[in-house]
Each structure stands twice: as structure tokens, then as C-alpha cells.
Design a protein around this ligand. Structure first.
Ligand SMILES: NC(=O)c1ccc[n+]([C@@H]2O[C@H](COP(=O)([O-])OP(=O)(O)OC[C@H]3O[C@@H](n4cnc5c(N)ncnc54)[C@H](O)[C@@H]3O)[C@@H](O)[C@H]2O)c1
Length: 450
């Protein structure tokens, strides 16, 4: 194979040791490959070298430490390893700018730094999410800056990262990888990397442009589906129907290659991907004169949910005879989804702002989020314990149902809070029996569309 050694394990350089890059580096190192994880953030590199991982992915810190101890994983703030490795995985951040356009500055800087260090025969794989054509028209010319021709001297492919935070390490070992090369040799080498050296299936597509579009299509679908679920919740509220009953029953219908798969409504959509990837797709299409209305509408619906949820909570307090102005609300789970500590674009921030505007005193708790991050994003210290958050509260809003919150019994909640306390369900999805148990403990329940 032209761009991957046939007779030994390849060595790997991961450029950008953030969420995606570090997970990839740790998983390849666990397979026994020699991996260098490179990042421009020197403080981050120092922490990682000391075995401390601020990325709250279950099992990642352990894997980082094992990789460092075995010598398979090295973390570095300089790129000198680039010339020696067989494979380079590019995983810097790819945010969008104020107009929603891909901001490829981190990716471009990485390519510029890399180009003079590359040698013939290496394989470069772009993992970052980008708009169609970026690998071919932005990455390839930058890598070619020092005389090496991608597709001839260097392999170059796009293999979008599809992991979900919270299950990243399992998913990297299981999920099929989409492979699109800028030529057939590059695609073959990239496919062999994932199949042979990570042991996962691949799904080849025609070229890198298609692979880039696959990733955007996936997050467009997810965001849009959740928007539909969120509006279904408003619809069900209007009729006094439980949205979960409707979704569960509707999803039994065979459709296409599977079944109807309406996702679940919630306090809102957050995280670093769903909030920007669909926007990136819409902007890229608009630049070619195509208007994508489902994206704009879906984003608007999902962005409205934190405000809607905060109003539902305060309306419910009023119905229960408690003035929201002066009420104490314990917010459990500040992250954008269950069982992760990632606060990027979390919908809990606008939810809390809504409560503050209504005059509520808000107490914050998230056992998985870094306290410094909580302070930075919410302008308030987190409570030191669940008990401190709950003490005497008028309402408890469970917005990311981390395991420690799922384990709270109605008795626990009742013992810590005011009598008649409202339990507001933003992503906990209490079952019918659990809701009955809350009522039996003199607690009130309100959910999104429930
Ligand atoms: N987080 C996710 O769940 C997820 C899932 C799938 C895909 N993605 C995509 O993967 C990419 C990375 O996302 P992330 O969440 O890991 O971002 P991140 O912000 O956690 O990590 C990016 C890292 O790249 C580093 N960096 C920036 N410029 C660099 C450069 N020039 N050279 C080397 N390192 C550089 C940053 O310091 C940072 O540590 C993005 O395109 C994202 O859309 C993310």
C-alpha cells in the first residue's frame, strides 16, 4: 500500500489533542500503536503529560494514564514528530464565524505548520468537521506548499468523526468510519488504517467532499429531528397529552430501512457540534445560492427551548402558589447532555438566565463539570454538594440527568426540599411510575410536553 506500511503498525500523530483528538490518540495507543498527541495549548499539554485530563469523557483519563505509562502515548507541544510518523490525524476545532461560515483558521494553521515537516508516503486524514470541498480545496493546497503533492506523494482523506460525547471511547472502537479520499490510493490507505489498526468497519464514499457532507447531513438530521420532538412537546402540552407516550408509540411504525425514530424533547440542544454544524451547512449552501429552511427553522425551535422551559417552570410555581420572585431553584446538571461535563453551548445557561430574570434564586450543581468552567459560563459558583443545592428549594430542575441525579429517590428529594417542591424534568424522562412516586412524596412534577 502506497500510503500505509504493510509490514508493521503505523505510528500516528494526532494534531489537536482536544475532545476528539485525545480520544483518538488514547484509543490508538491502547491498540499498541505509537501515538503522539500534539496541541498548541501548552497548559493543556502540560496537564495531559501529568496524566490529568480536563475533558470529562468517562474512561479517558484512565486511558491517557495507561498510554503514558506504557510509552505508547506521548503528548507534545511541538511538531517535531511529524516527519517520523506514518499517519497524521487532523482534529483541531472548526467553529463557525458570526455569519455561520466555517472558521477553518485552526485547521489551516495546523496544515501550514505541518507542511514543511511532511515527507513522501505519509497519510493525512482530516477528522474535523468541515464544509464540503475543504479537504480538497483548503487542506490539500496548504499541505502541498512545500512541494509534496497530495494524492501523489501524500495520502489525503476525510474521515469525519461521528462519536457522541459520553460514549466516545466505545464508539471509536465500534462505529463504522466514513472514508472519502482525494484519490483511490488515499481512500484505500485510510480504510486500511481504521479496519486493520482500530478494528472497525469502514463505509467508503466516492470522495472527500461526500464524506464531509455525510457529517453535516447527520447533525442536520439530529438537530432537525429534535426540533420536531420539541414542537411535538408543545403540541402535546396544548392537548394535555404526555409527549413520551406519543413518541414511544409513534416509533413502533416501520418506515424506510428501520422505524420511525422521533428523538426526545428537552430543555434544548447544546454541545459544540449540533449547534454549529447545521449552521455551517446552511451557510455553505447559501454561498451557492441555495436556501436550507429546515436548518434555520430547526435551529430557531431548539434555541427557543431553554426560554420556554424556564417559563414553564415559573408558570408552574405560580400555579402552586409560589411567587417565582424570591423562589429558590436547584438546578442539577449543567452540561448539554446526560453523563458528560461539557458545558460548551449548554442550553442550561439561557435557562438559568430566564429564571434569574423572573427573580428566582438559582443554585447550581454538576458533579461532572469543572467548577472553573461553571463560574466562567454561569457567573456563579457551583454548590459543593447535591445536598447544598437542594436544601429548602422550592423547585428542583434536573436538566442533565447524570447518574447521581437518576439515583436520587423521591424520598431523598422530599427530605431535602420544601414541602410541595416542584420537580422540573428537562432531560430526566421520569417514568409514569416514578412520577406517581414523586406525587406520593408530596412533590409536584412538570416536564417538557408532560
Ligand atoms: N466534541 C465532539 O463531540 C465532536 C464529535 C464529532 C466531531 N467533532 C469535530 O471534531 C473537531 C474537534 O472538536 P473537539 O470537540 O475535539 O474540539 P476541541 O476544541 O476540544 O479541540 C481542538 C483542539 O485543537 C487544538 N488546536 C487548535 N489549533 C491547533 C493547531 N493549529 N495545531 C494543533 N492543535 C490545535 C486546540 O488547542 C484544542 O485542544 C471539530 O471539527 C468538531 O466539530 C467533535
Amino acid at each position: 500500500m502506497r500510503f500505509l506500511p504493510d509490514d508493521r503498525d503505523p505510528s500516528v500523530l494526532v494534531v489537536g489533542a482536544g475532545y476528539v483528538g485525545l480520544c483518538l490518540a488514547a484509543v490508538f495507543a491502547r491498540r499498541g500503536l505509537k501515538v503522539v498527541a500534539y496541541d498548541v495549548d501548552r497548559d493543556h499539554v502540560e496537564r495531559l503529560r501529568a496524566g490529568r485530563c480536563t475533558i470529562a469523557e468517562p474512561g479517558l483519563e484512565q486511558l491517557l494514564r495507561e498510554g503514558l505509562a506504557s510509552g505508547c502515548l506521548t503528548v507534545s507541544a511541538d511538531l517535531s514528530a511529524a516527519a517520523a510518523v506514518d499517519v497524521v490525524l487532523l482534529a483541531p476545532g472548526t467553529p463557525v464565524d458570526a455569519d455561520g461560515r466555517l472558521d477553518s483558521s485552526q485547521l489551516e494553521a495546523a496544515c501550514r505548520d505541518l507542511a514543511p515537516r511532511l515527507r513522501p508516503g505519509q497519510l493525512v486524514v482530516v477528522k474535523s468537521t468541515v464544509s464540503p470541498g475543504t479537504t480538497r480545496t483548503v487542506v490539500a493546497p496548504l499541505l502541498a506548499g512545500h512541494g509534496l503533492r497530495p494524492g501523489i506523494d501524500l495520502g489525503l482523506a476525510h474521515c469525519p468523526e461521528r462519536l457522541a460525547e459520553g460514549q466516545a471511547l466505545e464508539q471509536l472502537r465500534e462505529l463504522a468510519v466514513i472514508v472519502g479520499g482525494i484519490d483511490a490510493e488515499s481512500a484505500a490507505a485510510a480504510a486500511a488504517l481504521w479496519e486493520r489498526h482500530l478494528g472497525v468497519p469502514v463505509h467508503p464514499v466516492a470522495d472527500a467532499d461526500v464524506a464531509e457532507a455525510v457529517k453535516l447531513a447527520s447533525n442536520w438530521w439530529i438537530d432537525h429531528n429534535i426540533a420536531m420532538a420539541n414542537e411535538l412537546a408543545l403540541f402535546c402540552d396544548a392537548f394535555g397529552i404526555d409527549v413520551l407516550d406519543v413518541v414511544t408509540a409513534a416509533n413502533t411504525l416501520p418506515k424506510g430501512a428501520g422505524r420511525l425514530n422521533v428523538l426526545l424533547p428537552s430543555v434544548g440542544v447544546g454541545g459544540s457540534c449540533l449547534t454549529k454544524d447545521p449552521v455551517m451547512a446552511a451557510r455553505a449552501a447559501a454561498d451557492r445560492g441555495v436556501e436550507l429552511r429546515t436548518i434555520t427553522t430547526g435551529r430557531a425551535v431548539n434555541d427557543a427551548m431553554p426560554g420556554h422551559a424556564a417559563r414553564s417552570l415559573t408558570d408552574e410555581l405560580r400555579k402552586l402558589g409560589t411567587d417565582p420572585a424570591g423562589a429558590t431553584v436547584a438546578v442539577l446538571g449543567l452540561a448539554f447532555k446526560n453523563d458528560v461535563g461539557d458545558l460548551r453551548e449548554t442550553p442550561v445557561v439561557p435557562f438559568v438566565e430566564g429564571l434569574r430574570r423572573a427573580g428566582c434564586t438559582v443554585r447550581l450543581h454538576d458533579g461532572l463539570a469543572e467548577p472553573d468552567q461553571v463560574r466562567a459560563r454561569f457567573g456563579q459558583d457551583p454548590e459543593p454538594s447535591i445536598g447544598a443545592a437542594l436544601a429548602g428549594a422550592d423547585a428542583v430542575a434536573v436538566l442533565a440527568a447524570h447518574r447521581e441525579y437518576r439515583e436520587l429517590t423521591p424520598g431523598d428529594l422530599r427530605a431535602a426540599t420544601r414541602a410541595g417542591c416542584l420537580v422540573f424534568d428537562g432531560r430526566r424522562y421520569y417514568t409514569r411510575d416514578e412520577i406517581t412516586a414523586l406525587h406520593d412524596h408530596d412533590l409536584r412534577y412538570r416536564g417538557i410536553g408532560r
